[in-house]
Design a protein. Structure first.
Length: 564
């Protein structure tokens, strides 16, 4: 009788052979056979399908369905799919509550979870299905850390809702809260709006953080070009998932690693994409974190340099008129690549996991006649990109200001200081914020929060009250991709680490000068130092558990808020 263990190993089983092959591995195979794997399945490369499905949001809602089609692609290409899941935190649901502290923390937990499963089960490759904000960079961080053949597929954007004859997104609901406080919307109006704003599965519809990062994935080359564009509820998303599975198996066969795809040129392309689409400032944190995992030296100053030379060519919310489904209908993200390539603003030879270069993707794009979502780079919406990095005596290590959607480049006014987001929101709701104020929200940084909460609850309420163009806001926390107005986040060093933002008093004059790239507290260096010498930071909000561990180990926002 022939030896059942003498079967020749598939050369693409570079890792999993140590788990499945030979008589010594009989116990492992016995357990895997207990859930339906047979000898043929275990003889093929094992490719993980990491989903972030969770029943707390529409953003990731379709991933279990998409995973079935990814499985099909892997199987037909000769691999064995192994599905597993990790967590996700909904920014939109948790916004304005203690739960929002978990959002950025979850990025590290998701990356760690994917890494642990892939290492623990010696997987040969990975397909990561992502949706809500932190799942996207987390999946790339895990792939980069493992340097395992694989790709990331965005499960797609939500369709816009319809409210009284116009398209709406979750941004409109947040701003409606402020409008209700100002008396310009009734509670009944808000209730009607909330019932239609999110019509089904998919991540938030504007160029908020999820769609910004989905765009980034294609410019990094780690997502097959054109597949992320397809909206969540479009029937074509099933075929996109199938294709992702097929491509992943080819990457396994060819042993193509993320480090061969996500190069410094690819990171620069991704920064240009954020700038050109008026994307989320969260992209700064996430690209710094991805670069860290790959050992690529990237600083926040690169974002300013690239954004300053990159025009905005995509007319997408929150600064523009359209949503992600409109961009897909117009021809997709590749239209943005085409315009940037025309002006030599991206590296066209950067590779994509689908085997093409960025230039080939851009050249092959099919534009819908008459589309208005992406404009020619010769006649851009704005001459420079949608963000800038400032320094100055209030942010010696840097801070980020979002520029898309407003034209104010200078503001000076008295400080209104708050020690938490909740305190500030109460003041906004009580209508005690006045035109000209510079709102300061501190002790909300990566360590001080902990978790560096987004401030959309506050910023949207300000816009809803009609103050969006009359005030400025600075914080060591961060902003949602849906934020617009003159808002400065990521102030570093943060207050909890003794940053100058901790020295600000009510009534101090603060000056934001975007053209000079300076955020200034109009006090002498000696006075700031004297104040900092007597500042008593609040006690840590958490003394045990994941938040306490995160606060103890997280780096500055200027370094990507990574755990070291």
């Amino acid at each position: 009788m022939s030896d059942p263990y003498a079967r020749k190993t598939d050369p693409a089983k570079r890792r999993s052979a140590a788990l499945t092959d030979g008589v010594d591995r009989a116990p492992a195979r016995a357990m895997l056979k207990g859930i339906g794997f047979d000898d043929d399945a275990l003889a093929r490369p094992l490719v993980g399908i990491a989903t972030t499905w969770i029943e707390t949001m529409p953003c990731n809602w379709n991933q279990r369905e998409l995973a079935r089609h990814v499985r099909r692609g892997i199987l037909e290409a000769g691999g064995t799919p192994i599905e597993f899941n990790t967590i996700a935190i909904s920014d939109g649901v948790s916004m304005g509550t203690e739960g929002m502290r978990a959002s950025l923390v979850s990025r590290e937990v998701i990356a760690d979870s994917i890494e642990l499963v892939a290492r623990g089960h010696l997987l040969d490759g990975l397909v990561c299905l992502v949706g809500c904000d932190k799942t996207i960079p987390a999946a790339v961080m895990a792939l980069a850390r493992l340097d395992l053949p694989g790709l990331v597929l965005y499960n797609g954007s939500i369709a816009p809702g319809r409210f009284r004859g116009r398209d709406v997104t979750i941004q409109d609901v947040f701003e409606a809260v402020g409008a209700a406080a100002a008396g310009t919307m009734s509670n009944a109006d808000v209730h009607e709006l909330e019932g239609v704003a999110c019509p089904g599965a998919g991540a938030c519809g504007g160029q908020f953080t999820a769609n910004t990062m989905a765009t980034v994935l294609e410019f990094l080359g780690i997502s097959p070009a054109g597949l992320n564009d397809v909206p969540a509820t479009d029937p074509a998303k099933h075929e996109a998932a199938f294709e992702a599975g097929r491509i992943a198996m080819q990457l396994v066969r060819d042993d193509t690693r993320p480090s061969q795809v996500i190069t410094r040129d690819a990171l620069e392309n991704a920064i240009a994409a954020i700038a050109a689409t008026g994307g989320s400032t969260n992209g700064v944190l996430h690209l710094l974190a991805i670069a860290y995992e790959l050992g690529i030296d990237l600083t926040i100053d690169e974002f300013d340099r690239i954004a300053a030379r990159t025009p905005i060519v995509a007319d997408i919310k929150p600064g523009g008129r359209f949503v992600a489904t409109d961009l897909h209908a117009a021809g997709g993200v590749a239209l943005v690549a085409r315009e940037l390539l025309k002006a030599g603003l991206v590296h066209g030879d950067a590779p994509n996991v689908d085997g093409r270069s960025l230039a080939e993707v851009a050249t092959a794009v099919v534009e819908t006649p008459g589309q208005e979502v992406v404009v020619p780079i010769e006649t851009p919406l704005k001459a420079t990109g949608g963000l800038a990095v400032m320094r100055g005596n209030l942010a010696p290590d840097g801070c980020v200001v979002k520029l898309a959607g407003h034209e104010r480049l200078f503001h000076t006014g008295p400080a209104r200081v708050f020690e938490s987001e909740e305190d500030c929101f109460a003041a906004v709701k009580a209508r005690s914020i006045h035109a000209g104020d510079v709102i300061v929200i501190r002790y909300e940084g990566p360590a001080g929060g902990p978790g560096m909460r987004e401030m959309l609850h506050v910023t949207a309420a300000l816009v809803g009250e009609g103050l969006g163009d009359e005030v400025a806001l600075i914080t060591d926390g961060r902003f949602s991709g849906a934020t617009h107005g003159l808002m400065v986040g990521h102030v570093a060093p943060e207050a909890a680490h003794g940053g100058p933002i901790a020295a600000v008093h009510d009534g101090d004059v603060i000056e934001l000068d975007v053209e000079a790239r300076e955020l200034r507290l109009l006090l002498s260096d000696d006075e700031i130092a004297a104040r900092l010498a007597v500042v008593v930071a609040p006690a840590p909000r958490y003394t045990k558990g994941v938040f306490a561990r995160y606060a103890a180990g997280v780096s500055s926002a200027s370094e990507g808020a990574v755990l070291r």
